[in-house]
Design a protein around this ligand. Structure first.
Ligand SMILES: N[C@@H](CCC(=O)N[C@@H](CS)C(=O)NCC(=O)O)C(=O)O
Length: 229
């Protein structure tokens, strides 16, 4: 499918859009990135391509649109089936990858959000929940460098925002989640993942991301902004 025009509708600070960029970069696919002004000034094209949820990311390939980051990552793996493999080839391994990706989405992501915008006792409770969910996630890393094995794969892409975002969230909330050598496999994975060239290429500038999230967190805590993913 070389030469097909690919567009990504995203937003520079979005963890979900990053998944799409990482998958495309691993496959060596060129794309045009359309940075959306969320949430109130979405482009007409985005609304036309994703009328159902009206959310980013959306991938447009050969004029057809695919939405939902995890669905898009699987689509990319199949549409550019040659070369870099994101999903395991073996059906059992593929099922395992989907299982852990769902765990990240259903357990890790909500608990990390709680740390992002809770305070006081609720914040301390949220810290423990994140630690527990990451401890469980370590099961999937045993004996491996990445969730995908020697190279990054589906679960790495789905969970990949955590290494970059978690330390920022710790700083903003004034808590410590990864400390004293707890979660050694997760810690090692953070370093290995952030060292991958394709990963680094797509990451937003740290200062800009901190400033954006500091402001957003304050607005959510003060009630000025509704919590929304
Ligand atoms: N489950 C979706 C979540 C996408 C999502 O929450 N996108 C946010 C930006 S990070 C969005 O478009 N928000 C705008 C809105 O809700 O109107 C995915 O994985 O793609």
């Amino acid at each position: 499918m070389a030469g097909d025009k690919v567009k990504v509708f995203g937003m520079w600070a979005s963890r979900f859009a990053l998944r799409v960029e990482w998958a495309l970069k691993l496959k060596g696919v060129d794309y045009e990135y359309i940075n959306e002004d969320l949430p109130h000034n979405k482009s007409r094209e985005l609304l036309q391509y994703n009328p159902v949820t009206q959310k980013i990311p959306v991938l447009v390939h050969r004029g057809k649109a695919v939405a939902e980051s995890s669905v898009i990552v699987e689509y990319i793996d199949e549409a550019w089936g040659d070369g870099y493999s994101i999903m395991p080839r073996d059906p059992f391994e593929r099922a395992q990858a989907r299982f852990w990706a769902k765990f990240v989405e259903d357990k890790c992501l909500p608990s990390i959000y709680q740390v992002y915008f809770k305070t006081g006792e609720e914040l301390q409770k949220a810290v423990i929940e994140v630690q527990e969910s990451l401890r469980t996630l370590e099961e999937a890393l045993k004996g491996k460098k990445f969730f995908g094995g020697e190279n990054i794969g589906y679960v790495d892409i789905i969970a990949g925002w955590i290494p970059y975002w978690l330390h920022m969230i710790e700083d903003l909330a004034g808590v410590s989640i990864l400390s004293d050598g707890n979660l050694p496999l997760i810690n090692a994975w953070f370093n290995a993942f952030l060292d991958v060239e394709a990963v680094k290429e797509a990451l937003p500038p740290k200062d800009k991301l901190y400033a954006f999230n500091r402001d957003r967190r304050e607005k959510i805590i003060s009630g000025e902004l509704n919590y929304k993913r």
